[in-house]
Write a protein that binds this ligand. Sequence first.
Ligand SMILES: *Cc1c(COP(=O)(O)O)cnc(C)c1O
Length: 429
Amino acid sequence: MRAWPAERAPMIVSGQGEYLVDSQGRRYIDGISSLWCNVHGHRHPRIDEAVRAQLDRVAHTTMLGLSHPGAEELARRLVRIAPGAPAGSHGPLSRVFYSDSGSTAVEVALKMAYQYWQQAPDARPQRTSFVRLENAYHGDTVGSVSVGGIELFHSLYRPLLFDSHAVPAGDAAALDALLAKHEDEIAAVVVEPLVQGAAGMLLQPPGYLRAVKELCDAHDVFLVCDEVATGFGRTGTMFACEQEDVVPDFLCLAKGLSGGYLPLAATLTTDRVHEGFLGRFEEFRAFFHGHTYTGNPLACAAALATLDVFEEERTLERLQSRIALLEQLLEDLVAPLDHVAEIRRCGFMCGIELAAEPRRGVAFDPAARTGHRVALAARERGAIVRPLGDVVVLMPPLSIAPEALEELVEVTSDSIVAATGQAVGALAA
Ligand SMILES: *Cc1c(COP(=O)(O)O)cnc(C)c1O
């Protein structure tokens, strides 16, 4: 934190499409979609207009005891695009609970899963624990940190957290063994489907998510899929779960939900779970959880317009050629660099792992802050990227123009060269 004042972070004063502009008038490509959430670009006219129109009606009313048309319409649309929904209708994920960040979307899923087993008709009150994947990231609040597994972010807080069982990501046999042993005490298994984002874009082997789902079903344990990062087209499909035909019991959404405009989150769940919270007044089975800005009307308006743009601009169809272009550019410009150990990519989520000696598996000294220096070098060259340690993340808006995508990868390549001290001639050779 000492370095922060000296580094003089750019003051961003405006944006347009995939570009950001700072107070000095310098323009940058937004290579990380403003922390993974911008979908259709900045100042999209359709979304701007929707927020303005809502502003002319009302900016905020509570969803505690009241509702509003935007929240209702958005819930209807979310259940129709959720994994497992047949065309024009909803599937098993038929219920929507709003909150305002990815962390709260996960907290809601954890509390609901726990409370369900405490009080539902098929209650199993011993089920108070959760299974998490090693290196998981589900947010920064204490509950979501409890199911997190990133040493640097999470280990210090261990004494404050509730216990959870960790299994290695990608290892279905380990989960099988754990569930066989501890089924009676486990409320839910929590995963980031296909890609563990904050861990550094760690990819799971094909078939793993499907296997997790089948194991959860076999033990009647809930599956929570945290699609806060992967949702809304990031992996090439609307939701990552679709790629393995998985319908979880809880689907956590945030980041791209409002197009990256305003804080909004939703936790989708099933009728079965919903019914576990019904009862006579004096049974007090309600889900006692509600944030002040839950389901904020401006945010819901942005989210509805975001979904409109997916349809009108055929975003997912058009994304496919950009994904292919990104793959090609990484192959040509980044893979050959001396200090690139691995490129991990799923759709438009990408992590470039740097190492001092990739072939011998020798990492850079953390004190060298290599990933960070790549980001500073990229900033000078007109692109915003943000590393996770020595993994350089690229996550541009889905709408990025092919020329800008090319420039982004070129800048990233040049910046890796600059920060790792590789001679440029070596690349040409
Ligand atoms: C970003 C993220 C979160 C936390 O979202 P916030 O809105 O920052 O609270 C949770 N889960 C995943 C997978 C994320 O990438």
